[in-house]
Design a binder for this molecule. Structure first.
Ligand SMILES: Cc1ncc(COP(=O)(O)O)c(C=O)c1O
Length: 319
């Protein structure tokens, strides 16, 4: 998913003259952005330096090494917040040592929206005149935010559904802890400038177990081998489709299932049949509880504004 975003961002930086071939691009990533940025750097003759989450697996580590990207990986941890805090600290240190590095700021710079314009155009082309519900995990917020922006600008009647893990500040679930492993790529322990809170009509929060059930069902029923954030998005998308069958539901599958072979697919016998799962409806983030909640978010206008103010537009790195 992130290849379209990183390629367009890097192209734009080169066109503006912000970076030149030979320069180093730096960012923090849970995995798929690292790969995307390494590919974009490879194509355009740039160097790539990644501060990676503990969730980056051997397959990706090896590819990054062969592509010539430098990876600094955080130590093993089940704590999303700690992992992210460590990465933020390390990015700060690297920038202090190498002020000429260009920090991509995938969490905050909306240059990462640009690449999704073509994806939005192809979705619109395949669903002419249809009312859409778009469901996707929210990490930086770029994929869901950009697709919603471009589809709405093109006149599509679009309902945007964001999917979150518990323990994330982005939509206020930081007080609820999921004891299981991290759903890589979604949620955050720091405010993300690329999240446009007012764009979301609905938010789902899913625990690891519910996302596992979604990922296993997606492979069993549809033969699609995708990661945990996709399993969570699929679970929410199925529910949204039942809730409002008149609308066409599109969900974003961000990555493949390879890094979850042991931790998710190896546990397929534990997967609860999706028919037995339903979200608890909440009206405020204060009511959130494991394993799955849904909220009509439109009422929460203004939620993100104070958080977005905490995000620096320029200057010292934040995430
Ligand atoms: C596996 C996975 N799913 C979902 C997302 C969320 O995408 P976005 O950052 O566009 O919100 C990411 C982002 O890194 C990801 O890695």
């Amino acid at each position: 998913m992130k290849v379209v975003s990183a390629l367009a961002a890097v192209r734009q930086l080169l066109e503006r003259g912000t970076v030149r071939p030979g320069d180093t691009l730096l960012d923090s990533s849970s995995g798929i952005y690292a790969y995307a940025l390494a590919l974009a750097c490879h194509r355009h003759g740039l160097r790539c330096h990644i501060v990676g989450s503990t969730t980056i697996d051997e397959v990706l580590r090896t590819q990054l090494a062969v592509l010539g990207a430098r990876l600094e990986q955080m130590p093993p941890s089940d704590d999303l917040k700690l992992d992210q805090r460590r990465r933020v600290r390390r990015v700060r240190e690297i920038l202090a040592e190498h002020p000429a590095y260009h920090w991509m700021r995938q969490y905050h710079d909306d240059i990462h929206y640009l690449g999704y314009r073509a994806v939005a155009a192809s979705v619109a082309e395949e669903t002419p005149g249809q009312a859409l519900t778009l469901v996707g995990g929210v990490g930086s917020g770029a994929s869901t935010g950009a697709l919603a922006r471009y589809l709405r600008e093109g006149g599509t009647d679009l309902c945007l559904v964001g999917v979150q893990p518990f323990g994330s500040v982005t939509f206020g679930s930081e007080r609820v802890t999921d004891p299981e492993i991290i759903i890589a790529g979604i949620g955050s322990s720091i405010p993300m400038g690329n999240v446009s809170h007012t764009s979301y009509d609905t938010v789902h929060w899913t625990a690891f177990d519910a996302a596992l059930a979604g990922s296993v069902d997606l492979l069993r029923r549809h033969a699609v081998f995708a990661g945990l954030s996709t399993g969570a998005a699929y679970l929410a998308a199925r529910w949204e489709h039942r809730h409002d069958p008149e609308r066409t539901v599109v969900f974003i599958a961000a990555d493949t299932g390879h890094r979850y072979v042991d931790t998710v697919f190896g546990r397929h016998r534990e997967a609860v049949p999706l028919e037995r799962l339903a979200p608890r409806t909440v009206t405020t983030p204060a009511e959130l509880a494991l394993p799955w909640c849904r909220m009509e978010w439109s009422g929460e206008r203004g939620f993100g504004e104070d958080r977005r103010m905490a995000v620096p537009v320029t200057g010292a790195p934040h995430g």
